[in-house]
Design a binder for this molecule. Sequence first.
Ligand SMILES: *Cc1c(COP(=O)(O)O)cnc(C)c1O
Length: 458
Amino acid sequence: MTEIKMNSTAQWQARDARHHLHSFTDPGLILEQGSRIIVRGEGSHVWDSDGRKILDGMAGLWCVNIGYGRTELSDAAKAQMDRLPYYNNHFQSAVPAMIELAERLAGLTPAGLDHFTFANSGSEANDVIVRLARYYWKLLGKPGKRTIISRTLAYHGSTVAGVSLGGMPAMHGMDNGTLPEFAHVEHPHWYVNGGDLAPADYGLKAARAIEEKILELGPDNVAAFIAEPVQGAGGVIVPPETYWPEVQRICRAYDVLLIADEVICGFGRTGAWFGSQTFGIEPDFMPMAKGISSGYLPIAAVALHDRIFDVIAKGGLWPHGYTYSGHPVSCAVALANIEIIAGEGLVERVRDDIGPYFQASLQALADRHPLVGERRGVGLMAALQLVRDKATRTVCTMEDNAAILTREACYADGLIARAVGQSMVLSPPLVITRGEVDELMEILTRALDGTARTLGLM
Ligand SMILES: *Cc1c(COP(=O)(O)O)cnc(C)c1O
């Protein structure tokens, strides 16, 4: 193993600040405070450049499902690189690793989702879906069906189409708006948006906002509706139980394709291989990335339902492809990753053991803590809503800064958690142990106590 060139943290930070524009970061903070330098990982932990061991409550960016340090994946990468580092799937070519991965995925996805196109990121996967959905309707003689409906606070990526699909105000604000032919309806978060309605009634209301939008735009102009089974980056928003069945009904009633963005929910996160299985969704397209390779290499896939593929198969040459669609090394690594998830029963573990333990631990905290109004989540993704008043569901304000204060206290104490709006978000590796969940809860509780005292709630 090559040793990392030793450098003090201050040296790394200075070099980093000089040449690197960070993602989703205020460049001013990098110049003032420097970045966190992460140098190593093992299981559910990472180590920083000061040698500090940190529990990764986010699994990187929701992606390191099998945990860090699995040499099966580096072995698979080396074997494929030595045999054939690169070939492509353009112009009637294929490499065995691509064939094997598509076949493996077909065995895991819900019935009918049997064809796959590959990309390198979730954003790219969603980009091609925009093209495919419109192409599908064009081939069927309905070229007007082009608009895609999404939701506020949705996250579907950072490419131009990804940002337009998404519903993040700051991202729309960066270059003043979205592409034409994208529309958004309210995200189904009962605690904040539900008012006096019971959750079940609010779930129906939130779904019917999609129907109203379809009617407003005209069904002949709407290609598809896209949603994450559970909104991830928007704050782990689990819709009420009534929501998904009604969404499904509406999409079918108006001939609107249904895209289930599985980039976070896929590969065990919700206690099934896919969030669509957890929520009984029958999508036409399923983009997946992140957990497909546990983040060890970039790769994404789009599952196409047979009814989509059958139309596209008759359309002649399909003019789309990335140089690295189905990169052989990424495919080999994804296959090794899926073998670990399947062979070690990680999906069942999330469903039956560690997921319920994690959610119950958080629920117990939410029940007794004055700052936590709601625990939401499924499997190994969860959020705690930070509130000023539990009785009236009054959430903390921007000025309270409660989530960021809590996040910083967690990090100082050895835990990576995420602050999303006025919520704390967690999404640990699927291999996290009960002992590590207990460690996570202790750090998180201490941090929330500190924030509650700062706000005068404790
Ligand atoms: C992360 C994410 C994406 C974008 O994936 P990238 O690989 O970052 O491009 C798309 N959809 C969802 C739901 C995501 O969480």
